[in-house]
Ligand binder design. Structure first.
Ligand code: ATR
Length: 272
């Protein structure tokens, strides 16, 4: 029987999840389909119930639903609990299980570019669902964290959760400050730049060689990454994290290793 998977979010047109997963199904000769649905905030509950009723085997959850989806799930994995955010849902015979693969996907993506984690400082820009998974994964690696967000209260709320998980965390409003020269790693987790719009914060003062990562992968280079590169940072866009979070979701859904080379090749072709 054919299996169905999906990604839900808003906006969703830019998502390469269908392309990446479909390439994987083709590589393994699987009878499966991966669809994309735009779901607004007020449709989220109906969408979760609908996907379950229709027998979808699993789905990814993206902006802006990674926290709100939790209310409609039956169970969370430890990774989802620790992050307080879900990007992957499995429909296990009608029981909806929420998981988070953003954090581990991020670690896999950057690990070749990071020589040591313990005691180093990571600055996370944004405090939404994507930031949560990444921040908790870096917390587990023993990094000091600085969370900066447009709405300071949301950064504080995330910092509290991370401290409960044993983290050394500061939080504040998205603004320039001494963190620019303290950061070993800066991660841009907001949707700013998806449409090529300028970043609302200057990176002037950041140290040369700092690793700057934008989790956006389309466009390929955001204004944030362009500025970081001009200031001598090492830069990485979100494509590698996207690949790994997708492969980890596949493994969670299907209990088997994802065909990483086929998925990577499909993304490379899209970029070319
Ligand atoms: P996701 O699940 O992808 O992280 P989200 O939970 O909606 O999506 O979070 C979006 C993040 O981007 C939030 O940190 C948001 O800041 P607020 O908490 O102040 O809303 C941030 N964000 C969105 N638009 C922004 C903008 N124009 N400037 C700065 N930050 C922005």
């Amino acid at each position: 029987m054919e299996s169905y998977y999906a990604v839900i979010g808003d906006p969703i047109d830019h998502s390469l999840s269908p392309l990446m997963h479909t390439a994987g199904y083709r590589a393994l000769g699987l009878e499966a389909k991966y669809l994309r649905f735009r779901v607004s905030r007020d449709q989220l509950k109906d969408a979760a119930i609908g996907l379950r009723s229709l027998g979808f085997a699993g789905w990814n959850v993206t902006i802006p639903h990674k926290e709100a989806i939790i209310s409609y799930l039956d169970e969370l994995t430890p990774a989802a609990v620790a992050a307080g955010a879900v990007n992957t849902v499995k429909n296990s015979e009608g029981r909806l299980i929420g998981h988070n693969t953003d954090g581990e996907g991020f670690i896999r993506a950057v690990s070749e570019s990071v020589s040591s984690w313990q005691g180093k400082t990571a600055v996370i820009l944004g405090a939404g669902g994507a930031a949560r998974g990444i921040a908790q994964a870096l917390n587990e690696k023993g990094m000091r964290l600085i969370i900066l967000n447009r709405t300071a209260g949301k950064a504080e709320e995330l910092a509290r959760l991370l401290r409960q998980n044993g983290g050394e965390v500061c939080a504040g409003k998205l603004a320039a400050g001494p963190w620019l020269s303290e950061a070993d790693l800066v991660v841009q987790t907001t949707p700013v730049g998806l449409g090529g719009e300028p970043y609302p914060l200057s990176l002037q003062g950041i140290r040369e060689g700092t690793l700057a990562v934008d989790i956006i992968y389309k466009p390929w280079q955001t204004p944030f990454l362009r500025e970081a590169e001009n200031l001598g940072c090492r830069t990485m866009n979100g494509l590698a994290m996207f690949l790994h979070q997708g492969a980890l979701a596949w493994e969670f859904w299907r209990g088997e290793q994802a065909p990483l080379p086929a998925m990577r090749a499909a993304l490379a072709e899209e970029k070319a």
